[in-house]
Write a protein that binds this ligand. Structure first.
Ligand SMILES: [Zn+2]
Length: 627
């Protein structure tokens, strides 16, 4: 062992000399790269493969291939192409850390650059040109410039020449003037990422063919997703996806807006390849039926909690036809259209009521945005507000990833930070439920402003939206747990859920407060501290359940009102006052870091990990034959 290490060290040194002469990337002086790398615990992503049919195994191979291309696109969005980014890096640790972070900025350490000569990460990454000022976009052009599926560039008249010299057509772009006189252009994702999208969609098509006979609905969804990727219109495939109940699943495309810290509007590519866990899924279904009741019980005035479902009162009512004697000839019937008519939304049939689904999966592959920095353990999609309003959302719990984070991170943390008398309160059932109700809570509350139904809360709050929405989900999630226990619909002791929540806040805020989730956690934690729910003792934190119960209720109301009013000033005050890590918490976090508790997990994942090499070879062979 020692010898091998020495050999590697020598090779490494030589490599670095050559590399430096090529101006390659080196670790920033003094950056604790080794420690940072060791703070990730590697987990094997798998599932019970004996449950998979032959067709499913074949399908998975193609789904993973598609996911790999989505991964490449995320590299391009947040930094540069993966090959370019990793070229010439000899230091295996540095290479690995750049891979984990999809670039030279430490995502779980406030995006600190860890490569020498690399500056701060720009807020608009590659969605916007350097120095771009969103306030200079003209009002009536915002909906185009901030479109979630376009990249923005400065217009450069020399570009046309450049393409002419290369004998190429310039990419199709739309040009806009701005308030400061600079011209900008937008280009759609389908064009910008075409090189990756072609093989990505080929893989989806092969996956669709593989599963066609066994699961035609899933096969059809995959084809619709291909259309979506080429037309930048995801609505139809999102709606189909909501109606799936397939054993296999894939979430793929430009989805979340966390990476755009400049405007919060551009979406990042990602993919999850999933295998449904029907047994656990059944446990959750009963909560869906209770959602309207929970929404109705939210601790705010009526106007901040519209009834869940299509708002029938908005449709015009027809006066009844009355004869000369005053008798009603025709009953007045509310004109409920069968087709949803909203500008920019395709004409689709309106379902009877939105279906909120809760589902449990094992994740077998993560790619792109969801695989960068902190790994997602639950997803609530689609994000489109109109789809959410009329069709609902699916909240997917990724159980294998969740269990790994709980065992490897939450439990060891609780042993350091929670008072011994409450440590036995920490359990996976409570952790699983808290995360689940966080996801459910995204569907509660309000989507459009109270005083301006034409504007969504997301539009009104802009870049601050994500943090407030995540905080709302945390807090309303706890509120729901509380209510369901009161209603005897949920088993367990409220104290378990609260104490487990507090322990898991430590897990999240160790990322720093740069992410939306991190900021959200800080708002909740600081509110709990300020209202005396948490008592800091020298043996750890003690949670006062009764106090926390009322603090949760008032914070829930505060957040719902901020959202409903689209109160940007209020949100900024909240973020600057409570969205940061305080000194005493910082000290505790430093203690955790010194105790070598993993900060997050990374995955050993892919075709080989799942033991599906045979199917990958077959797929490669048949592709060769076709050519
Ligand atoms: Zn969330």
């Amino acid at each position: 062992m020692a010898i091998r290490k020495l050999e590697r060290a020598i090779i490494l040194t030589t490599g670095l000399i050559i590399a430096s002469s090529l101006n390659a990337q080196k670790v920033k002086k003094g950056y604790p790269l080794k420690d940072r790398l060791n703070s990730y615990k590697q987990i094997t992503l798998t599932t019970d493969t004996s449950e998979l049919s032959d067709a499913e195994r074949k399908c998975i191979v193609h789904l993973i291939k598609a996911a790999e291309h989505a991964d490449n696109i995320f590299w391009m969005q947040s930094y540069m192409s993966k090959d370019e980014a990793l070229k010439g890096i000899k230091d295996p640790d540095l290479k690995q850390f750049i891979k984990i972070n999809y670039g030279p900025w430490d995502r779980l350490n406030n995006d600190e650059p860890f490569v020498a000569s690399v500056g701060a990460k720009t807020k608009g990454v590659n969605f916007y040109p350097d120095g771009f000022d969103p306030s200079q976009v003209m009002e009536d052009m915002k909906f185009r410039v901030f479109d979630p599926y376009t990249v923005v560039y400065y217009f450069d008249p020399k570009d046309a020449e450049k393409y002419q010299k290369m004998g190429q057509m310039p990419p199709p772009r739309e040009r806009f003037p701005t308030l400061n006189g600079k011209e900008i252009e937008i280009e759609s994702y389908s064009m910008v990422y075409q090189k990756e999208l072609i093989p990505l969609t080929e893989a989806l098509r092969a996956a669709s063919e593989a599963i066609q006979e066994e699961d035609p609905k899933f096969a059809e969804y995959l084809i619709q997703r291909i259309d979506a990727l080429f037309t930048n219109d995801y609505i139809i495939s999102d709606i189909s996806w909501l109606n799936l109940n397939s054993h296999l699943d894939i979430i793929i495309g430009p989805i979340e807006n966390y990476e755009d810290k400049l405007t919060g509007s551009k979406t990042s590519f990602e993919a999850y390849v999933l295998v449904r866990d029907r047994e656990w899924g059944a446990k959750l279904e009963k909560y869906v039926a209770l959602l309207p009741e929970l929404q109705a019980g939210l601790p705010v005035e009526e106007k901040y909690k519209p009834s869940l479902g299509p708002n029938v009162s908005e449709t015009e009512t027809v006066e009844p036809t009355i004869d000369e004697n005053g008798n009603v000839i025709e009953e007045a019937v509310g004109e409920i259209s069968e087709i949803i008519e909203i500008e920019g939304f395709p004409p689709v049939e309106r379902p009877e009521k939105p279906m909120s689904q809760l589902a449990v999966f094992d994740a077998i592959y993560y790619a792109g945005d969801c695989n960068s920095g902190s790994k997602t353990i639950a997803v609530n999609l689609p994000n489109h507000e109109v789809i959410q309003e009329y069709f609902g959302t699916r909240r997917s719990q990724l159980k294998n990833t969740m269990k790994a984070k709980f065992d490897e991170i939450v439990v060891p943390i609780s042993e350091k930070v929670i008072h011994p008398s409450q440590r036995k309160k920490i359990n996976f059932n409570a952790f699983f439920s808290n995360v689940m109700f966080h996801e459910v809570a995204h569907g509660l509350g309000i989507k459009n402003l109270i005083d301006n139904q034409d504007q969504t809360v997301r539009e009104a709050l802009g870049a601050t939206y994500s943090a407030i929405e995540e905080c709302k989900a945390d807090v309303l999630g706890l509120y729901m747990v509380t209510k369901l226990i009161d209603m005897k619909e949920l088993d367990g002791d409220l104290e378990d859920f609260y104490v487990t929540f507090v322990a898991s806040v430590y897990r999240s805020v160790r990322f720093g407060a740069s992410s939306a989730h991190g900021k959200a956690n800080m708002i909740t934690f600081n509110t709990l501290m300020n209202s005396g729910c948490l008592e800091s003792t020298n043996k750890g934190m003690k949670v006062d359940v009764a106090k926390m119960r009322s603090a949760i209720e008032s914070l829930a109301a505060e957040l719902l009102i901020l959202q409903g009013d689209g109160n940007v000033d209020g949100v900024n005050t909240m973020l600057s006052g409570r969205g940061k890590i305080g000194d005493s918490l910082k000290t505790q976090i430093d203690g955790l870091n010194a105790a070598n508790i993993p900060v997050d997990i990374v995955f050993d994942q892919g075709i080989r990990t799942l033991g599906l090499e045979k199917y990958a070879e077959e797929a490669a062979d048949s592709k060769g034959e076709r050519k």
